[in-house]
Ligand binder design. Structure first.
Ligand code: A2P
Length: 270
């Protein structure tokens, strides 16, 4: 991986590559849970292509390992009592159709999101596996550093992509106000002062030095620009270790409303 002035590219297992820093979005551009049944996978991707006005996309991910009742209209189908309707669709069957979408040229690379290591293992052990997932996109920041999942992914040549690398937007709809706030962390601030960088830049630099792809979100142009300026300094091994030390295994995006789903990914340690 070569360091350039403002960008680095990470090779993927299928021969393509991905920028180590990207812009996070809040849009639904992954295969949503209501589209996991094999009959709907290609349709889901085609909806995305249509909305983006593209013939193909570079990377398409299964959003969650959990399936919901098939639907093209609602994100969380419910019964009359308000209970979310789950489906027991096997994500390995979903994956086989993702592979065929790659073969059809609709997507260059395919991967997953929010899979734990056992669920990744199930994909890797598929008897007729044609393409490994190139990446697993998960919540990852200094308070949830995902060291064990990272080790597993690295040993299987799967890139870990960190969403919410700044500790999420603290949206009151899902953020518990009792949670600690990553960017207020004194260690990140102290290291930032030393390098003349913000806590956000330190949090992002920490990830790219661990070969993790980061996709920070911002609606503010100044902060977007700030988040790009992470290629002109280096954290020492001691500083990386100090940041490892502030991990709290604190997950902000828990999707608790699906905690009883048989494929809920966060019951396992990693
Ligand atoms: P804003 O859109 O006002 O910039 P994450 O990527 O971890 O989900 O974090 C997104 C949140 O972090 C958003 O609320 C965003 O707010 C804020 N954010 C993005 N960049 C920075 C930055 N450099 N410093 C402080 N907050 C930031």
């Amino acid at each position: 991986m070569g360091d350039s002035v403002d960008q680095r590219w990470v090779p993927l297992s299928d021969g393509n590559s991905i920028p180590i820093l990207g812009l996070g979005t809040c849009s639904l551009d992954k295969l949503w849970m209501t589209y996991l049944s094999p009959a709907l996978v290609r349709k889901g991707l085609e909806h995305t292509l249509k909305s983006l006005k593209l013939d193909y996309i570079d990377l398409y991910l299964i959003h969650w390992p959990m399936g919901l009742k098939p639907s093209e209209d609602v994100l969380f189908p419910e019964d009359a009592s308000g209970k979310i309707l789950q489906s027991d669709v096997d994500f390995c069957e979903t994956w086989a159709v993702m592979e065929s979408c790659k073969d059809a040229g609709l997507v260059r690379s395919i991967g997953v999101s929010n899979f734990n290591h056992k669920q990744l293992e199930m994909l890797l052990r598929m008897p007729k596996l044609k393409y490994k997932p190139v990446c697993n996109q998960v919540e990852c920041h200094p308070y949830l550093n995902q060291n064990k999942l990272l080790k597993y992914c690295k040993s299987n040549n799967i890139i870990l992509v960190a969403y919410s690398p700044l500790g999420s937007s603290q949206d009151p709809r899902w953020f518990d106000p009792n949670n600690p706030i990553v960017l207020n962390d004194p260690e990140l601030r102290k290291i930032g002062e030393k390098h003349n960088k913000t806590a956000a830049q330190i949090a992002l630099r920490y990830q790219i030095q661990r070969d993790i792809v980061v996709i920070p979100k911002s609606f503010n142009l100044g902060r977007m620009k700030q988040n790009k300026k992470i290629f002109d300094f280096q954290l020492s091994d001691e500083e990386v270790k100090a940041i490892d030390g502030i991990n709290k295994n604190c997950r902000y995006i828990t999707l608790k409303q699906l905690i009883d789903h048989p494929k809920y990914p966060f019951h396992d340690e990693y």
